[in-house]
Write a protein that binds this ligand. Structure first.
Ligand SMILES: [Zn+2]
Length: 529
């Protein structure tokens, strides 16, 4: 005789993800499905959990991530599970491991080698098959990167595609959607996204729109020209019907603090005009992208070898330094000084991690920007970077916006596993817990119901996940139970490798991934297509 329920949580405050007020009640699960919500009569139950004093929410959906590789080496995704995340969307900011051909294949071979693997796939469909075979601890959706498509077809050329190349890129995009991809991401501050113009982006977006996918956009500019950078995607939405998601929305320079009043109004206007435009955000005042992104775009023409040559050639080097020191540097970090840019993960020289460019220069008795170029050359151009650029007022204004979804912009990690990198941005471990603990409980920026809606039903709607994102009978049993008094992020910029606290039960497709303080190791996630 089978039990009536496999799992029942009793007496928790149920916050169902829709934004409706929480209420005390029970929830029951059988197999991978929620089968009762509200008052669950006593019955034959595999496992009962007392939820008194706790909040029970739908498992969180992390709509902006970069776990494309780390899930293969550490599939339990502990950093995510320990902040209640049960689904994530990777392949953002123009970056993805597919289509794994041409120049991208070369680049991916180097990247995967760092975690002891090699790519054994070409298309999105093949990649998702490998991930399914490998097993994964949470549900995943994958985007394909525009930069990845461009590298596969055109290498590192900084020019518009010809007709045949554009056709080939659109074919990769269509093949991705057929293979189960969620859409396309664009990366506007790193090459070759920097050299793509509107006609190219419109044609590729058309393929995404045809399959009802999403277009996630790391804008070309998050500073003085942010409104212009948003405009080109309103054009793409108008011409193709593509559903847009602005990534990690921010005002990334003290010179434009406050401009979020205008950017958020523009998003409201686009939606009022009948287009679907949403945004995601991580709850920190600093962004993260490799330090190479500080260099002017022209320096990347021809790929990494050409860049290295320019960093040693005196005339080019001077031109790069003039740009970095000038009043309007063209790369990332414009508008902030070298004391606001910090070296993050650097596998080849961990001694520089956690130090600002100003400090690194002072240590060497050298100019901070000269030091930057020397360090890039000495470390295979591969140094993580953290940029302290944002204001709290902007962060809170964006967080309150009704179209905001929480996205960590991180990759999953397991401390002690091969996915652990020495000094990542703390968002890898703390983003969702920080929205709940710091911004919701301590600062009162959102109510619990609002915060949870931005982590559950809203991203589920964006992703067309019809059976996730709310506590409703018939939905997949993805659940997060946490203590509202204790939930908090513990990862800091100086000392990031700490999991979040306060989560006591996390369930993925009906199976317990986090049980009290213990990871069960279950790989119950689905590769969603
Ligand atoms: Zn990005």
């Amino acid at each position: 005789m089978p039990t009536t329920y496999d799992l029942v949580v009793r007496g928790a405050t149920l916050i169902d993800g829709t934004g409706a007020p929480g209420a005390i009640g029970d929830l029951a699960v059988r197999d991978d499905t929620i089968v009762a919500v509200g008052n669950v009569p006593p019955g034959d139950t595999g496992r009962e959990i007392n939820g008194a004093g706790r909040i029970l929410a739908p498992g969180f959906i992390d709509i902006h991530t970069h776990s494309d590789r780390t899930l293969f080496v550490d599939p339990t995704a502990e950093s995510k599970i320990r902040m209640g995340i049960t689904t994530e969307v990777f392949g953002n900011c123009g970056l993805s491991p597919t289509p794994c051909f041409g120049a991208l294949l070369e680049e991916e071979r180097r990247q995967w080698a760092k975690i002891g693997l090699q790519p054994t796939f070409g298309t999105m469909g093949e990649y998702l098959d490998r991930l399914t075979d490998n097993g994964v601890g949470l549900n995943v959706r994958a985007l394909i990167g525009h930069a990845a498509i461009r590298k596969a077809v055109m290498g590192y050329d900084q020019r518009a595609p010809d007709a045949a190349e554009l056709k080939a890129m659109c074919r990769h995009m269509a093949e991705t959607m057929e293979g189960g991809g969620a859409g396309m991401s664009f990366g506007g501050i790193t090459t070759p996204g920097t050299c793509a113009e509107i006609p190219e982006l419109v044609e590729i977006s058309r393929e995404v729109a045809r399959a009802d996918g999403i277009v996630s956009v790391h804008l070309r500019n998050e500073r003085e020209r942010i409104l212009e950078a948003m405009d080109e995607w309103f054009t793409a939405a108008r011409e193709t019907g593509a559903r847009i998601q602005f990534s990690h929305h921010k005002a990334a320079s003290p010179r434009v603090w406050g401009i979020t009043a205008k950017t958020l109004a523009a998003i409201d206007q686009a939606n009022a005009d009948g287009f679907e435009v949403d945004l995601d955000q991580y709850p920190y005042g600093a962004s993260s992208v490799g330090l190479h992104a500080m260099l002017p775009h022209w320096a990347f023409d021809g790929g990494p070898a050409a860049l290295r040559a320019r960093l040693t050639n005196p005339a080019d080097r001077k031109r790069i330094l003039d740009d970095l020191r000038g009043p309007n540097p063209s790369g990332n970090g414009s508008g902030i000084g070298p004391d606001k840019v910090m070296a993050a993960t650097c596998l080849t020289d961990p001694s520089i991690e956690g130090k600002t460019l100003a400090e690194l220069g002072a240590e060497r008795g050298a100019d901070p920007y000269e030091t930057l170029l020397d360090l890039l050359l000495a470390n295979e151009l591969d140094i993580g970077g953290i940029y302290f650029t944002m204001s709290e007022d902007d962060i809170k204004a964006i967080m309150r916006h009704p179209r905001m979804m929480v996205g960590s912009d991180s990759y999953s990690q397991v401390i002690g596993g091969r996915s652990q990198q020495s000094k990542p941005h703390p968002r890898n471990y703390g983003a969702f817990a920080r929205v709940l603990g710091h911004y919701t409980r301590d600062e009162g920026v959102l109510t619990w119901e609002e915060a949870i809606e931005r982590m559950t039903s809203r991203p589920a709607r964006k992703l067309r996940l019809h059976d996730r994102g709310t506590l409703a009978v018939g939905n997949k049993a993805d659940l997060a139970l946490f203590d509202p008094a204790r939930v908090r992020d513990r990862a800091t910029f100086a000392d990031p490798d700490h999991y979040s606290e306060g989560f006591e039960l996390v369930v993925v497709n009906g199976r317990i991934a986090l049980d009290g303080d213990r990871m069960t190791g279950t790989l119950a996630g689905s590769v969603l297509r």
